[in-house]
Design a protein around this ligand. Structure first.
Ligand SMILES: Cc1cc2nc3c(=O)[nH]c(=O)nc-3n(C[C@H](O)[C@H](O)[C@H](O)COP(=O)(O)OP(=O)(O)OC[C@H]3O[C@@H](n4cnc5c(N)ncnc54)[C@H](O)[C@@H]3O)c2cc1C
Ligand code: SF4
Length: 804
C-alpha cells in the first residue's frame, strides 16, 4: 500500500479520497511536517489519537531530489507561478529567510546538526525592564525530551578518526585552525547514518532499518558527496520522513501531502474547522478536529495565525513578536592555505563554540557557534563571492532586486520566483570555505501582514550590531587561522541584511498572554484546543542550530496533550464557544423613492480612520495600543436613510450602509456585506439629551471568517460637551461572527479601538449629502440638524450645494 502510494508521489491524499474520508473529523489535525509537526504526529498517533497531518509540499523519496541547474531553477515553492518545489525563499526588511516545503520540512535540506541549547542560554530577562527574551523552560526541563528525540533520529558524529573520513580536508583544516586559535572544534551529532549499529563506518553500505520506511525505499550510508542541503539522494540523512513520519504512519496517522492549509476557525461546540487546498488542482477541502496543532514553521504558522486571527478574539497581542534569525551570518574564507575541498563530506562536520557572557568564564558579549559549511549548499551557491564574475554578478542581482524591492516598497516578500530566474550553474573553487555563524542575536523583529495580505517581517541588524561585530571579527580570525587571504561577506551584508536559514519567533512562549502567544506547553492562550509546535514558539534565539530544540519542545508539548487527553478520557467534546449572535435583521431597502407621498431619502458618504488593537476590550486602550503597532482600521461608507421623516419620528429606524472596511491585519480592503446604522437613538433619561449613532457592518476577513464592525458615537447635546469630538469619534469594536443588534449571547470581541473623521474629511463629507427627490432642503435641513447638530450650521452644505 505504502509503496503504491509513494509511487504516486502523494502520500495519503488518494487514500483519503478513495476511502471517502475527505471532510472527516480527527482527534488532531497537524499543519506542517517539519520538526514540530513530525514529532507531534508520531507522539499523538502513538498515544491512540486519530491524527491527520497536512503538508503543503511533495514527498521526496531517495533519488527524487532535483540536481540539474535546469531542475533547480524551478525547485521553488511559489504556487502562484506554478512552482511546487523544495525551497521557499523570503525577503523582508533587513533579512532574507530560506525554509523548505516537503514531507519532512526543513530536515530535507538541513545540514543535519543536532545540538542542544546551552543551559545558560535559556535566559530569563526582565521584559518589563527592557529585556528581550524570557524562556519559560530550562535545559533541565528539556533534557529528557532531547533524549527521546535523539533515540528516534539516531544521530552519529562524523567519524573523523576512521579512514577514509580522516582525510576530509575541511574537517581537518577546521580543527587545525581552531587549535591555532587555542580553541577546540567539536564534531557535533549529525542526523546522518555513517555506520550500521556498532559496525565500523563504511561509505555507501545499505542501511539496516528495523522497520520499512514510508517510501519503501532502500537507504545507504553517507557517501560524503556534500549535497545535504539540496536533498540526500541516497537516503543517508536521517530525515524526518525516515523516522518520525514513518513511525506516525505506522501508528495510524494520515499524512496528506500537497495539501496547503489556508484557513481555520473554532467550531461552536468545540473543535476546529480546517480549510485547505490541494496542489496543483487548487481544489478546496475542509476537515474538522478536536485539536489543531500549527507546525507550519516560524513563517508559516505566524502567517496563518495573522491571517486567521479574527477567528480567535482572545489571541495574545504578542502575536508576531520576538522574531529573529538565530544570529545567522554566512561569510567565506577565500583562498585558504590548504584546499578545504568544501564539497567533500556532509555539509557541516564541525563546530566551534564561542562563550557568552552568561557563561561566566570571562567572555564578553553574546555567544555563538561557527561551523564549517560545505557546498553545493543552496545559500552559498546563491551568494558566493570569490573570483567567479558570473556568480558575483548573480549575487549582485539578488542584492539589487532586494534593494529595489525595499525602495519601491513592493509588498510581495516571497522571492522564490526571482531566485528561480537568476540561478546559474554554480562553480566552486576548492580553496574556499563557507563559515556559518549563528548565536544569540536580539529577537526584536515583528511580523505583520502587508496591505495586500502578504507576510512582512521587520527585523534590523541595528540592536544586534555588537553581536554581529563580534561574530565577524571571530570569523575573520578563523579565516586567518585557515591561512585564507581574506574573509568575504555575503553580498547582502553590504546592505546590512542577513540571510537566515533559522527564522524563529512570532508566536513566542510566555508565562502569561501579556508575555507570549503560547504557554510553556505550546497551548495557545485563550484558545482551548489550539496548539503551536515549531520554531515560531521560540521567545528568542536558540543559539546553536535550532531543530533539536524545536523537536524537544514539540515532544514536551505532545506529552501535555497526551496527559490532558488521558485526564479527560471519557469526556466528550469541548466547551461550546460563544454563539455568534442572532442574524442581523434585514435592513430597510435603500429605496431612493419609497412611493410615499412627501417622503424623501437622504444619502451621504462617510470615511473614518483610526486604530484598533486585537484582543482588547477597552476602546481607548485599544486605540493607543493600535497606534503603537500601526494596526490601522478605516471604513468608507455610503449611508442612505430611505425616509427622513421616519428617522425623525422613529429613532430606531435603520438606514443602509454600503462600502468597505479596510484593515491590513484583517486582510486588506473588505466589502461590507450588509450594513445598517441608526441615527441618534435616545439613551439617556428624559431630559438628558444623550444620543448615540450606531453602526453595524457585516463583512468577512481575508480568510473568509465572518466579522461585524460595531461602532457608536455618543452625542451629548448639553452645553459644555464637545460636540465636535462627539460627532466625529466612533468607538469601534470588531466582533466575531455576523452579529445582530440583539445577540443571544455576549459576542466575542476580536479588536477594539477608536476611529475618527478628520476636519477636512468632515467638511468634504457634508457636501456629499444628497436628497432624493433632489432639492428637498427641508428634509436635508432636518436630517442635518439631527446628524451634526450645531455643526451642521458651520460645516453644512451651502444653499446651492443643498439644492443639488
Ligand atoms: C539550508 C538549511 C540548513 C539547515 N541546517 C540546519 C542544521 O544543520 N541544524 C538545525 O538544527 N537546523 C538547520 N536548519 C534549520 C531547520 O531546517 C529549521 O530550524 C527547522 O526545519 C524548523 O522546524 P519547524 O518545525 O519549525 O518548521 P519546518 O521544518 O520549516 O516545517 C514546516 C513545514 O510546514 C509546511 N507548511 C508551511 N505552511 C503550510 C501550510 N499552510 N499548510 C501545510 N503545510 C505548511 C512546510 O512545507 C514545512 O514542511 C537548516 C535550514 C536550512 C534551510
Ligand atoms: S554527504 Fe551526501 S550522502 Fe552524506 S548525508 Fe549529505 S548528501 Fe547524503
Amino acid at each position: 500500500m505504502l509503496e503504491a502510494l509513494a509511487l504516486d508521489g502523494r502520500i495519503g491524499y488518494h487514500c483519503l479520497v478513495a476511502a471517502g474520508m475527505q471532510d472527516s473529523h480527527f482527534d488532531a489535525v497537524i499543519v506542517g511536517s517539519g520538526f514540530g509537526g513530525s514529532v507531534m504526529a508520531y507522539r499523538l498517533a502513538e498515544a491512540g489519537l486519530e491524527v491527520c497531518l497536512l503538508e503543503r509540499g511533495k514527498t521526496y523519496p531517495p533519488g527524487s531530489f532535483p540536481r540539474s541547474p535546469r531542475e533547480m531553477a524551478t525547485n521553488f515553492w511559489d504556487p502562484s507561478e506554478g512552482h511546487y518545489g523544495l525551497y521557499d525563499l523570503w525577503s523582508f526588511n533587513g533579512i532574507e529567510a530560506l525554509v523548505a516545503s516537503g514531507l519532512g520540512g526543513g530536515s530535507l535540506i538541513y545540514a543535519n546538526v543536532l545540538l542542544r541549547k546551552d543551559p545558560n542560554w535559556f535566559v530569563t530577562e526582565d521584559l518589563e525592564r527592557g529585556g528581550y527574551e524570557h524562556w519559560p523552560v530550562t535545559r533541565a526541563d528539556l533534557d529528557p525530551h532531547y533524549d527521546r528525540v535523539e533515540a528516534m533520529i539516531k544521530p552519529q558524529r562524523y567519524p573523523a578518526e576512521h579512514p577514509p573520513y580522516d582525510t576530509t580536508p575541511k574537517t581537518r583544516e577546521f580543527a587545525a585552525a581552531a587549535e591555532r586559535l587555542g580553541m577546540k572544534a567539536d564534531l557535533p551529532p549529525l542526523a546522518v547514518t555513517f555506520a550500521n549499529d556498532e559496525r565500523p563506518p563504511v561509505p555507501g553500505e545499505p542501511i539496516e532499518e528495523d522497520k520499512p520506511n514510508l517510501h519503501g525505499a532502500p537507504r545507504y550510508t553517507c557517501r560524503l558527496v556534500g549535497e545535504c542541503d539540496i536533498g540526500c539522494n541516497i537516503g543517508a540523512k536521517n530525515t524526518l520522513d525516515f523516522n518520525y513520519l514513518s513511525a506516525a504512519k505506522r501508528a495510524g496517522a494520515e499524512l496528506l501531502t500537497e495539501a496547503e492549509v489556508r484557513s481555520f476557525e473554532p467550531l461552536d461546540g468545540g473543535g476546529f474547522r480546517v480549510g485547505y487546498v490541494t496542489h496543483p488542482e487548487r481544489e478546496e477541502h475542509a476537515l474538522s478536529a478536536k485539536r489543531l496543532v500549527l507546525s507550519a514553521g516560524t513563517l508559516g504558522s505566524t502567517f496563518l495565525l495573522l491571517k486567521n486571527r479574527s477567528a480567535f478574539p482572545r489571541l495574545s497581542p504578542r502575536l508576531g513578536t520576538r522574531f529573529c534569525g538565530n544570529g545567522d551570518l554566512l561569510t567565506f574564507a577565500v583562498n585558504t592555505g590548504e584546499p578545504a575541498d568544501a564539497e567533500r563530506g556532509p555539509v557541516i562536520t564541525s563546530a566551534i563554540r564561542y562563550s557568552d557572557e552568561l557563561d561566566s568564564d570571562g567572555a564578553v558579549g553574546r555567544g555563538f557557534y561557527i561551523e564549517d559549511a560545505g557546498v553545493p549548499a543552496f545559500v552559498p551557491w546563491l551568494v558566493q563571492s570569490s573570483d567567479a564574475p558570473g556568480a558575483l554578478r548573480r549575487a549582485a542581482m539578488v542584492a539589487w532586486r532586494v534593494l529595489r524591492q525595499r525602495l519601491v516598497g513592493d509588498p510581495q516578500s516571497n522571492l522564490s520566483a526571482e531566485a528561480a530566474g537568476i540561478l546559474g550553474d554554480g562553480d566552486f573553487s576548492g580553496r574556499f570555505l563557507p563559515l556559518l555563524g549563528m548565536g544569540r542575536d536580539i529577537p526584536d523583529g515583528t511580523m505583520t501582514l502587508t496591505k495586500r495580505g502578504y507576510l512582512d517581517v521587520d527585523w534590523r541588524t541595528r540592536k544586534s550590531g555588537p553581536y554581529f561585530d563580534r561574530l565577524r571579527a571571530e570569523s575573520r580570525r578563523l579565516a586567518q587561522a585557515l591561512g585564507a587571504e581574506k574573509l568575504v561577506d555575503n553580498p547582502l551584508w553590504l546592505l546590512r541584511r542577513v540571510i537566515t536559514v533559522h527564522p524563529l519567533g512570532g508566536c513566542p512562549m510566555g508565562r502569561t498572554p501579556e508575555e507570549g502567544v503560547v504557554d510553556a506547553y505550546g497551548r495557545v492562550f485563550g484558545c482551548p484546543g489550539l496548539h503551536i509546535a515549531d520554531g515560531s514558539v521560540m521567545p528568542g534565539p536558540v543559539g546553536p542550530n535550532p531543530s533539536f530544540t524545536i523537536a524537544a519542545l514539540a515532544n514536551r508539548f505532545a506529552d501535555a496533550i497526551v496527559e490532558e487527553q488521558a485526564a479527560v478520557a471519557g469526556a466528550r467534546g469541548a466547551r461550546p464557544t460563544t454563539e455568534p449572535g442572532r442574524p442581523l435583521p434585514r435592513a430597510t431597502e435603500p429605496a431612493a423613492v419609497t412611493g410615499r407621498e412627501g417622503s424623501c431619502a437622504v444619502s451621504f458618504t462617510e470615511e473614518m480612520k483610526g486604530f484598533v488593537s486585537f484582543g482588547e476590550q477597552d476602546f481607548d486602550l485599544g486605540y493607543r495600543a493600535g497606534r503603537e503597532t500601526r494596526t490601522a482600521l478605516m471604513f468608507h461608507l455610503t449611508i442612505t436613510a430611505d425616509d427622513v421623516e421616519k428617522f425623525i419620528e422613529d429613532r430606531e429606524h435603520e438606514g443602509v450602509a454600503e462600502g468597505w472596511v479596510h484593515c491590513d491585519a484583517l486582510g486588506g480592503r473588505l466589502p461590507v456585506e450588509r450594513g445598517v446604522f441608526n441615527l441618534l437613538v435616545d439613551v439617556g433619561q428624559e431630559g438628558e439629551r444623550r444620543k448615540r449613532m450606531l453602526y453595524r457592518l457585516h463583512f468577512s476577513d481575508g480568510s473568509g471568517h465572518p466579522l461585524t464592525l460595531a461602532g457608536h458615537k455618543v452625542i451629548e447635546d448639553d452645553p459644555g460637551f464637545d460636540l465636535w469630538r462627539d460627532t466625529t469619534t466612533l468607538f469601534t469594536r470588531v466582533l466575531r461572527g455576523h452579529v445582530g443588534a440583539v445577540a443571544a449571547e455576549e459576542p466575542e470581541v476580536v479588536a477594539s479601538g477608536i476611529i475618527h473623521i478628520h476636519g477636512a474629511d468632515f467638511a468634504r463629507q457634508l457636501i456629499t449629502f444628497r436628497t432624493d427627490p433632489p432639492g428637498r432642503l427641508d428634509a436635508l435641513g432636518r436630517f442635518g440638524a439631527l446628524f451634526a447638530g450645531d455643526l451642521w450650521d458651520v460645516y453644512g452644505p451651502t444653499g446651492e450645494e443643498r439644492s443639488r
